[in-house]
Design a binder for this molecule. Structure first.
Ligand SMILES: [Zn+2]
Length: 490
């Protein structure tokens, strides 16, 4: 089905299963150390695989699977080769595996189902225009993926997807190099890759360090797993369920925004983690917000912000601290509040128009504030364009515009100021002191007469030397301007 507001791209066909093998040259030396996931044993990559039981309760967690370190270098090389165009959107690229040439309609139907689920949940629902969805049609020789429905079934597919990854039935893995190579063939910016398997078997996986997730295309729960995994890979969020780890966590404070070793009163007194959100409830999110014991695979010693969020159970909303973190990531990397407009630093003349095109969430407008010499111009609040002539600004003045996402889903003032706000500054050009005092376009006796009159009256328009005094130096500067026939610029 057609989706409005999304730049849906499709049409590229890869005709053979080997056609997506890496075609970009990859050097074999100098793998940058910073690209290696620090928390995974050498030669492996951290993969999230969280799966629900029949009640949707999630379990599973972190797995380490073998991965060639050159994969990361390949992804970097692909980004360089593409030029990494910044399009002010989060680009999610869908690549399919196990879809034969005759099954492309199925591929698109499966992507549609995943997207419907994805944009059902806040904050993605309201921020849907911040995402650009691309689909790359990848043709496999055989239909379906490996180990589906049971172990030992091997299929010839383009991206080598398969269940029973690392011996775990529901862990659905993909050849990351092939998935990325296919994604970049879409010809667009690639921020997140979702590899979708032609399968109805329950499963999925998230590769946080690869910005990649896998999802089963036609399983009712799979799309929900997909958005849970996106919480891991995009929001760096932790699992909020309580099994799989030590019963009591005794380690240091955890880095994800949605788990903490500090309880409510400790968070408030230390002003840490989600202390600003205590008791908050908002439509579209799990709440009320407090500290609920249990999370990050342990029953005790760890707290989560709400009782039962998306990071704990399938089919649940995110909680508010998680949403704030997702918005922080959304604005911090791929999207700026001003989508287009007069470039920062432009000198504007009378007759020019300064303008901005703010990003447009579905549920609210961004706030637009204009300042003239650092003073808010009340009449221009919310305006997206300003006629400089109407502004009545003196040459040399500074015009500034601030575009702010004032969403109540962010409470950290630093996040608001540094990520949800974009500022552009312009200078007003033109003449500070124009010898054509009569304004008739002619420089003649009448201008001299008007100048002398203004000088005698100590009128600021006669202060041609700009020193606040009315003396010989003004006469000298005025005569010089007369002689050159030009005004004195700002
Ligand atoms: Zn998880």
């Amino acid at each position: 089905m057609a989706r409005n507001g999304l730049g849906v791209w499709c049409g590229l066909s890869l005709v053979c299963s080997c056609g997506v093998a890496a075609s970009v040259a990859v050097g074999s030396q100098d793998v940058p150390a910073a690209l290696t996931p620090f928390d995974a044993p050498e030669g492996t990559v951290k993969v999230h695989g969280c799966f629900g039981d029949e009640h949707g309760h999630l379990e599973g967690g972190i797995h380490f699977i073998e991965q060639d370190p050159l994969v990361l270098e390949l992804v970097e090389a692909l980004e360089r080769a593409q030029g990494a165009a910044h399009d002010n959107r989060v680009d999610i690229v869908f690549v399919g595996d196990g879809y034969t040439a005759g099954e492309m309609a199925q591929f698109h139907a499966d992507v549609d189902r995943v997207l419907d689920t994805f944009f059902f949940y806040e904050p993605f629902k309201s921020y849907e225009p911040y995402f650009r969805i691309t689909r790359v049609e990848v043709v496999s020789n055989e239909s379906g993926v490996d180990n589906d429905p049971s172990q030992g079934i091997d299929r010839d597919t383009a991206l080598d997807m398969g269940y029973w990854c690392s011996g775990i039935e529901r862990l659905l893995c993909v050849n990351v190099s092939k998935a990325y190579t296919a994604a970049f063939m879409g010809g667009v910016d690639v921020d997140q890759v979702i590899a979708i398997a032609n399968s109805s078997k329950y499963g999925g996986a998230g590769y946080p360090s690869n910005n990649l997730g896998t999802v089963a295309g036609s399983n009712a729960f799979a799309a929900d797993i997909g958005i849970h995994e996106f919480g891991h890979s995009f929001g760096d969020l932790a699992d909020e369920y309580t099994y799989g780890g030590p019963q009591t966590y005794n380690g240091p404070e955890l880095s994800p925004a949605d788990v903490s070793i500090f309880d409510r009163s400790e968070q408030i007194s230390m002003e840490t983690k989600w202390w600003r959100w205590m008791d908050a409830s908002m439509s579209g999110f799990d709440g009320p917000t407090s500290t609920y014991e249990g999370g990050n695979y342990s029953e005790f010693g760890v707290y989560r912000p709400s009782n039962n969020s998306m990071m704990r159970n399938l089919g649940r909303p995110f909680n508010l601290p998680s949403a704030e973190e997702i918005l922080k990531k959304l604005y911090g990397g791929e999207v700026d509040p001003i989508d287009d407009g007069t470039p920062n630093g432009t000198e504007l003349m009378e007759g020019d128009t300064a303008w901005v095109l703010p990003m447009q969430p579905l549920d609210h407008d961004l706030t637009v504030i204009w300042y003239l010499d650092d003073v808010i111009v009340p009449a221009l609040i919310g305006e997206t364009s300003v006629d400089i002539a109407m502004l009545g600004a003196m040459p040399g003045s500074e015009l500034k515009v601030e575009v702010i996402d004032a969403t109540p889903w962010v409470r950290n003032p630093d996040t608001r100021a540094n990520r949800l706000t974009e500022t552009r500054v312009f200078t007003i050009g033109g003449c500070v002191r124009d010898p054509d005092l009569t304004g008739d376009g002619e420089l003649d006796f009448f201008d001299v007469s008007a100048f002398l009159q203004a000088l005698a009256n100590e009128d600021p328009i006669a202060d041609f030397s700009g020193d606040g005094l009315y003396d010989f130096f003004d006469v000298s500067a005025f005569l010089q301007a007369m002689a050159s026939g030009e005004c004195v610029p700002a």
